[in-house]
Structure formats: structure tokens, C-alpha cells
Write a protein that binds this ligand. Structure first.
Ligand SMILES: Cc1cc2nc3c(=O)[nH]c(=O)nc-3n(C[C@H](O)[C@H](O)[C@H](O)COP(=O)(O)OP(=O)(O)OC[C@H]3O[C@@H](n4cnc5c(N)ncnc54)[C@H](O)[C@@H]3O)c2cc1C
Length: 434
């Protein structure tokens, strides 16, 4: 296919058709300058927001399996509704602030049909490897893709590559000295689906991040006792939750735990809420990137490879409202760059910028594996991308809503979903307890 000016459209590959991949497709599809293809290993869009029927029976199903799942049956979002949609297509007004996961899955289906994205997605196509190839001093991307329906393999060249494979795939399973001796059942939160199997049980949760808090809140209604082992001593759950104990120190026995005061308790199950680590099994060493638990380097502005700047990672940022800010800003910035509207600094300057960002984080006390964590850094980051690439920045109210919601999560993890948060105008919002 040639454009009217005689040039050939750029071939753009997208790995994954979750929220990040769909958002990327939306901005490249239907444009004569680009020929875009998304490869999705599953037979459906939506990535993490799918809860396939039967997934409870195989909680450890691998990502190639149709039963692969990373969410729980009763999950409700933890980002307010007004921050849980991509640009130009809001979630229906009037629905709850913290809707059930099915609303997000349906939203992504609606997004796909609204922006007519289906024809650009090759389902049941798993990207096996990605290699840069030098063709007349131009770097192209060779993708080896497996058609899992027909068990065939094909090699294809692309000019630009977007990596949107998600970052909640590979559980992070550290050595937890406190449970070293324990011989009972231990699972990672990625395999947790429903509270029922824990009825009247004593459950030890290791970790108190988003998943840890959410799962504890589900279990406290059915379990006999929920013990939350966190790094630092903190009391988030008030005394009225009589079956919740929060501890920072304990030791294990083969069948249970011993508290610092010497009390012993039998434990029926342990759930490790220890988070995830980055995983890009398809990247070959020739891509030249260093990948560790929570850092891909060197990436300019947390997204563009400084080694070969036609490789982009969308959605590596953590501690952001994924749909509301950060992800689509990255796509829009990359699009402006590929369109030729934004010029990147030299490779040396981009690498220096990554190093500076990383060093500043370490100096602030941020752990090395939180190299792409944003929190309050998100909003200046988004403003900078918008300013340089010339797209509409977020209204100030978004930052305010995000801050209010995060504060509720920190102070009352068991109650924050009982707030109704609505945007009033570009600057103000209302937040009321229901
Ligand atoms: C329990 C839980 C709760 C969450 N709650 C919220 C929330 O309330 N609000 C919020 O904003 N975010 C939340 N998130 C974050 C969530 O990850 C993002 O909202 C977002 O959906 C991530 O989209 P993604 O496209 O980056 O990744 P994914 O949704 O994981 O999609 C990646 C896609 O890539 C495909 N893929 C992977 N490898 C390959 C390959 N080699 N070849 C082809 N295809 C491949 C996968 O099959 C998948 O479809 C939550 C995450 C978890 C785990």
C-alpha cells in the first residue's frame, strides 16, 4: 500500500491488546501513514480485565492458556471512575465511583468497537522473539510470531514496535524468612480468585500493597483470622475488625506462626502479596536493554528505548491511574515523535537523562525496583509530554481527584470504595462518603 505522495506507510507492530495496546491501536489505525498490526496471544481483547470461566479451577494457568487470569472474581477498581477511561470515551456517568471489573472489561469491548480496532488485531498470535535488524543503516524489527491456532510461525519486519504486554504477568516471589519453616499451602496473590475456600480459616497475608489490602478486605468477612504481615508496624484496620491482626514481626513453625510475645497460632494458608516483576521473554539480547525486577534501561522518559528509539514500552509506569493519565500521554508523545513533530535528543543525552532520573529517585530513597513508579511525579511528567508533543494536558481536577482517592486508600483501605467522587468542572470535584 502506497500513500498518495508515493512513500510507503510505516509498519507498526503492537504486542498485546490490553488497555495499552488498544490505546496505541486507536492512535495509529485508519491513518494512511501507518500500517498497524497488534498481536494478541489470547482470543480476546482486554488483557488483565478478563476473568475466564473456569479460571478458579486452574489458578496457576500460564499466560498462553485461555484460563490465564490475574484478577479476582469480586474485584472493583481502585482508581475512581473518572480516572478509569481513555480519552474521548468516558465510562457511563451515574455508575459507581469504583465499579466492578466487568464494567472495565465491557468498556474495553466498547472502546474496541467504537474506534473500529478489531480488524487490526491478530488474535491467537504470540510474539516469540523480537530482534533488531540493520537494513541499509535503518533499524527494523523482526518479529517471530506463532499462530497458536494453526501452530505455524512467521517472521515479519516492522519499522516501529510498541510493547504493550502488561506488567502483572510474572509474580515476584522473594525469599520470605518469616515463613521459611512453614509447610502448609502458600500461593501468590495472582492465584487468588475468591474468598470462599478460606471460610473459617486462619490466613497469613505477606505484604500490604493494593492486592494485599484488597484481598484482606475480602477475607475478613469469611476467614476466622486474617494476619497481615507488613514491613513496618502500622495499624490500618481499626479494632472493630476483630479478626484482623497487623504485624511486622513473626516467625514460622511447620504449621503456623509465633508472634513476638511468644503466642503461637496455627495457619491454614499463606498468600504472598509480594507484587510482580517485569517480564519480556521475547526480547533478544540484541535489543540492548537491561531488564531487572522493576526497571527497563535505558528508556527515555520511561518509554522509548535509547538504544533503538523505534522501540516503545507503553504502560510501564506504576502507581498511576493507568487509564486516566500516563498511558495515553505516552502513546500521544510517541505518535508525535514518529510523525516527526517531536525531535528526540541525541542518544547520549537521552541516556544521561535516564541516568539522572534514576539517580534522583535513589537519592529520594525510592527503591531500585521502583524505577518507573510515578505517584506525584505523574502529573508534571504528563504536562511535560503534552507540552512537548502539543496535545491537550489533563485538567487540574484529575490530579486533585487522584490525590483524594489515594489518601482514602492509604487511610481507610477497607472503606475507600464507599466514597462517591465526581468531577464538577476542570478544577473542582466533590467527594462524599456514601
Ligand atoms: C488485581 C489488579 C487490579 C488492578 N486494578 C486497577 C484499577 O483499579 N485501575 C487501574 O487503572 N489499573 C488497575 N490495574 C492495572 C492494570 O494492569 C491496568 O489497568 C491495565 O489494564 C494494564 O493494561 P496493559 O495493556 O498494560 O496490560 P494487560 O492488560 O496485561 O494486557 C497485555 C496483553 O498482552 C498480551 N501479551 C502478552 N505477551 C504477549 C506476547 N508475547 N504475544 C502476544 N500477546 C501478548 C496479553 O495476552 C494481554 O492481553 C490492576 C491490575 C491488577 C493485577
Amino acid at each position: 500500500m502506497q500513500r498518495t505522495d508515493g512513500s510507503t506507510p510505516k509498519r507498526v507492530a503492537v504486542i498485546g491488546a490490553g488497555a495499552a495496546g488498544l490505546c496505541t491501536l486507536r492512535h495509529f489505525s485508519g491513518n494512511p501513514n501507518y500500517r498497524v498490526t497488534a498481536f494478541e496471544q489470547q482470543d480476546r481483547i482486554g488483557g488483565i480485565w478478563n476473568y475466564p470461566e473456569g479460571c478458579e479451577e486452574q489458578p496457576e494457568a500460564p499466560d498462553s492458556s485461555p484460563l490465564y487470569c490475574r484478577v479476582y472474581r469480586d474485584l472493583r477498581i481502585n482508581s475512581p471512575r473518572v480516572l478509569t477511561h481513555l480519552r474521548d470515551l468516558p465510562l457511563p456517568a451515574g455508575s459507581d465511583t469504583y465499579v466492578h471489573r466487568t464494567v472495565v472489561r465491557n468498556y474495553l469491548t466498547h472502546y474496541t468497537s467504537h474506534f473500529k480496532l478489531l480488524p487490526y488485531i491478530k488474535f491467537r498470535h504470540r510474539v516469540i522473539s523480537v530482534t533488531p535488524v540493520n537494513i541499509n543503516t535503518d533499524i527494523k524489527w523482526r518479529l517471530l510470531v506463532q499462530d497458536t491456532a494453526n501452530q505455524t510461525f512467521a517472521d515479519t519486519l516492522f519499522d516501529v514496535l510498541f510493547i504493550c504486554n502488561g506488567h502483572f504477568n510474572k509474580p515476584y516471589l522473594p525469599d520470605v524468612p518469616e515463613i521459611k519453616v512453614y509447610q502448609g499451602p502458600v500461593i501468590h496473590s495472582s492465584a487468588y480468585r475468591t474468598p470462599e475456600p478460606y471460610r473459617n480459616k486462619v490466613v497469613l497475608m505477606v505484604g500490604a500493597g493494593s492486592s494485599g489490602n484488597d484481598i484482606a478486605c475480602e477475607l475478613m468477612h469469611v476467614a476466622k483470622t486474617v494476619i497481615i504481615k507488613q514491613k513496618v508496624a502500622a495499624r490500618k484496620f481499626p479494632d472493630r475488625f476483630v479478626n484482623v491482626q497487623e504485624v511486622s514481626h513473626l516467625k514460622s513453625t511447620e504449621k503456623g506462626v509465633v508472634f513476638p510475645n511468644g503466642t503461637k497460632t496455627k495457619i491454614d494458608a499463606v498468600i504472598l502479596c509480594t507484587g510482580y516483576q517485569f517480564d519480556f521473554p521475547f526480547l533478544t539480547p540484541d535489543c540492548g536493554l537491561e531488564i531487572s525486577r522493576g526497571r527497563v534501561a535505558p528508556l527515555y522518559r520511561h518509554m522509548i528505548s535509547c538504544v533503538y528509539p523505534t522501540m516503545m514500552f507503553i504502560g510501564l509506569l506504576s502507581h498511576t491511574p493507568f487509564f486516566g493519565a500516563g498511558t495515553e500521554d505516552q502513546v500521544l508523545f510517541c505518535k508525535a515523535y514518529i510523525d516527526g513533530k517531536v525531535k528526540l535528543p541525541s542518544r547520549e543525552d537521552m541516556i544521561a537523562d535516564c541516568d539522572r532520573d534514576y539517580r534522583e529517585r535513589l537519592a529520594e530513597g525510592i527503591l531500585p525496583h521502583k524505577a518507573h513508579m510515578m505517584r506525584k511525579k505523574l502529573w508534571p511528567y504528563c504536562r511535560q509530554l503534552a507540552e512537548e508533543a502539543g496535545f491537550q494536558p489533563h485538567d487540574p481536577v484529575m490530579e486533585k481527584i487522584n490525590a483524594a482517592s489515594n489518601q482514602n486508600i492509604v487511610w481507610t483501605p477497607y472503606d475507600f470504595r464507599n466514597y462517591k467522587i465526581e468531577k464538577v468542572d476542570a478544577d473542582t470535584f466533590v467527594c462524599e462518603h456514601l
